[in-house]
Design a protein around this ligand. Structure first.
Ligand SMILES: C[S@@+](CC[C@H](N)C(=O)[O-])C[C@H]1O[C@@H](n2cnc3c(N)ncnc32)[C@H](O)[C@@H]1O
Length: 217
């Protein structure tokens, strides 16, 4: 059975980073990055957006998004120097992608107000320690009026737990299990949004494996 309470993971990710990056490319790309890219391309994004990726890790979501907006540019922020080094190396293999990375905490974003056309995130939210609402509100602060915010994550559902049995690699299965057990349920996320007047105007979108909070368009 899926645990009724979250089992949190450590905040900054410094272990198993090479393995993690392989898992991200194989699994998270399908369930998260390409889905978020489609939400953005179907939304109202300018052709050359400035994009912020919260908890960017090895930068795979940011580069996936920028590939759809080749005139855009991005910044990825993360607590882990190990992940950021891999993100910088990864971007060097992608000519034409304009992305930079900085060390920082999503709880105190080092950016001025109204800086970004797009704020994205995937699979980082379940690592954030403490309440989510202040992080959502600070992400909204740095978003330009009318900009689009999509903060996604895996979801702690029984269906996702059952799907773990279909991941053939034991090490990928271990990473996936820890992430799913640390994740929120869609109802937990809805309850958090409902408690704040601004956040209650946001919606939750879902695919079979993942969910995201999205600003109204
Ligand atoms: C599972 S990884 C996901 C990375 C990336 N978003 C992806 O989809 O591959 C979670 C990342 O969030 C970062 N992280 C966790 N808490 C953070 C915080 N408070 N501020 C910034 N980054 C954080 C971790 O260091 C880690 O790199």
């Amino acid at each position: 059975m899926m645990p009724s309470q979250r089992i949190p993971e450590p905040e900054a990710m410094v272990d198993d980073t090479v393995e993690y990056d392989q898992w991200a490319q194989h699994y998270l790309h399908k369930v998260g990055y390409s889905w978020i890219r489609t939400l953005l391309t179907d939304g109202h994004c300018p052709p050359a957006p400035r994009v912020l990726d919260l908890g960017t890790g090895t930068g795979r979501l940011l580069t996936t998004v920028l590939e759809a907006f080749p005139l855009g540019e991005g910044v990825g922020i993360d607590l882990s120097d190990t992940m950021l080094e891999m993100a910088r190396a990864h971007v060097q293999t992608k000519p034409g992608i304009k992305a930079t990375f900085c060390r920082g905490n999503v709880r105190a974003l080092p950016f001025e107000t109204d800086q970004f056309d797009v704020v994205v995130s995937f699979a980082s939210m379940h690592h954030w320690q403490g309440p989510l609402a202040p992080v959502f509100l600070d992400a909204h602060r740095v978003l330009k009026p009318g900009g689009m915010l999509v903060i996604g994550d895996l979801k702690r559902t029984e269906q996702n737990r059952l799907l773990l049995n279909w991941i053939p690699s034991p090490s990928f299965r271990k990473l996936a299990e820890a992430s799913i057990y640390a994740s929120y349920t869609p109802q937990e996320l809805a309850d958090i949004l409902a408690q704040h007047p601004l956040l209650s105007t946001w919606r939750i979108v879902e695919n079979p494996f993942a969910m995201a909070v999205v600003t109204p368009q």
